[in-house]
Design a protein around this ligand. Structure first.
Ligand code: FEO
Length: 176
């Protein structure tokens, strides 16, 4: 059974993952509003991934005999000044998420909670990808700053991203 301190910390992260989904949906809406459908698609896929992250926490808390608590989700920003600003914000957001995951790992170690430590390892790996993925688009947008047609080409590229549902997640496993 999970202890209260760990349960509260995991519930806070459950909420943050829902916020991430909300944030990326808001970014998708921004891109739809400026008719960059490929960028919007990238954000929509990201939104789906964040919901998977949320549900991993949700089911894990329950599997450990805890109670999943759903709190209010803050409203995300709704306006940015350029595609680059959006992806810089996404990258900064993922860095914050990584810091929270690291704090959770530290707490699991402090609480001698090996199961939660193991569960969190999937997220440790996932955050490497999450940061690299957002930063990769930041770098492309920065490089193409003065290239006519670059935005159109990147929009085409980002339109190719598809959501791949992971296998059902019970505890954790980097294979998912
Ligand atoms: Fe759930 Fe983007 O990390």
């Amino acid at each position: 059974m999970i202890n209260t301190k760990m349960q509260d910390a995991l519930n806070a992260q459950l909420n943050r993952e829902f916020y991430s989904a909300y944030l990326y949906l808001s970014m998708a809406a921004y891109f739809e509003s400026v008719n960059l459908k490929g960028f919007a698609n990238w954000m929509e896929v990201q939104r789906q991934e964040e919901l998977v992250h949320s549900l991993r926490f949700y089911h894990y808390i329950i599997d450990r005999g805890g109670k999943a608590l759903l709190g209010a989700i803050d409203g995300p920003p709704t306006q940015w000044t350029s595609p680059l600003r959006v992806f810089q914000a996404a990258y900064a957001h993922e860095q914050k998420v990584t810091a929270h995951i690291n704090d959770l790992v530290s707490l699991a170690i402090k609480e001698n909670d090996h199961a939660t430590h193991n569960f969190l390892q999937w997220f440790v790996s996932e955050q490497v990808e999450e940061e690299a993925s957002a930063d990769g688009v930041v770098k492309k947008l920065t490089l193409m700053a003065d290239a006519p047609g670059g935005l159109f080409m990147l929009d085409q590229e980002l339109a190719q991203r598809v959501f791949t549902p992971p296998p059902a997640a019970g505890g954790a496993g980097p294979q998912a």
